[in-house]
Design a protein around this ligand. Structure first.
Ligand code: SF4
Length: 233
């Protein structure tokens, strides 16, 4: 059997090992508070990191704290986060989220999530406006070291091209499917996520993947099935 025809679970394991060798291993130390991570992830949608950070800093400089952001005029908040894409949609969404957290917890603080089971924490977070699986898993893994796998656009694209998940699997379904094939160790999951993210940004890019320099070439469905056939013809 050729390497690219291996069962998905074996391929996932090999992908993890190969990318562990290709990229540096990271420790799992949260850099930001849970509220910072939550709101930054909402700001980051279709926005580069520098513009997301600029929006976050401007917002807090202008309104002081989460209470101030929640009570700010919606248009002024949109103006403060204008370096992100869709500030007019993100501003009310952030305010609704802050209001819901305060209603549910009596304060704008989500530190309690570290003490509840992962399924319950997922359910709680995804019940907030504008918080989907990607944001919830990022927060739970990065901040609370819970064993979940965030699947962003890069992780999703690389996983589909290599053949860890099928072509018809949605990004939402990919979270559980990929997780089921990986060790339930938060540090391993964190490294798998970061390595696929970097690989998607630097090598397996959206428009022109650099297959010739890719360490996953021999196990990759896309390369074996599409690129090599094109080279042959
Ligand atoms: S071989 Fe090409 S398509 Fe496959 S993972 Fe590498 S860069 Fe992406």
């Amino acid at each position: 059997m050729d390497a690219h025809q291996l069962p998905a679970a074996e391929k996932t394991q090999q992908t993890h090992e190969l990318l562990n060798q290709a990229y540096k291993r990271l420790t799992l130390d949260s850099r930001r508070t849970p509220m910072h991570e939550l709101v930054s992830t909402m700001l980051s949608h279709r926005t580069n990191h520098a513009d997301e950070v600029k929006a976050y800093n401007t917002m807090l400089e202008r309104f002081g704290d989460w209470e101030g952001v929640m009570q700010a005029d919606e248009n002024e908040l949109a103006d403060a986060i204008q370096t992100t894409r869709y500030p007019g949609q993100k501003a009310p969404q952030i305010q609704q989220t802050l209001r819901r957290i305060q209603e549910k917890q009596g304060e704008i603080n989500i530190d309690f999530l570290k003490d509840i089971p992962v399924e319950e924490a997922m359910e709680w977070l995804t019940s907030l406006p504008g918080v989907g699986l990607k944001t919830a898993t990022l927060l739970l893994l990065f901040n609370f070291k819970k064993p979940v796998l965030p699947v962003d656009t890069h992780v999703f694209r690389v996983s589909q091209r290599v053949g860890l998940i099928g072509a018809s699997v949605t990004a939402n379904k990919a979270h559980a499917l990929l997780l089921s094939m990986l060790p339930k160790d938060p540090v391993e999951l964190f490294n798998f996520h970061k390595h696929l993210f970097w690989h998607g940004q630097r090598v397996c890019t959206f428009y022109s993947p650099k297959c010739e320099e890719c360490v996953l070439q021999h196990i990759c469905n896309y390369y074996q099935g599409v690129r090599l056939k094109k080279i042959d013809t």
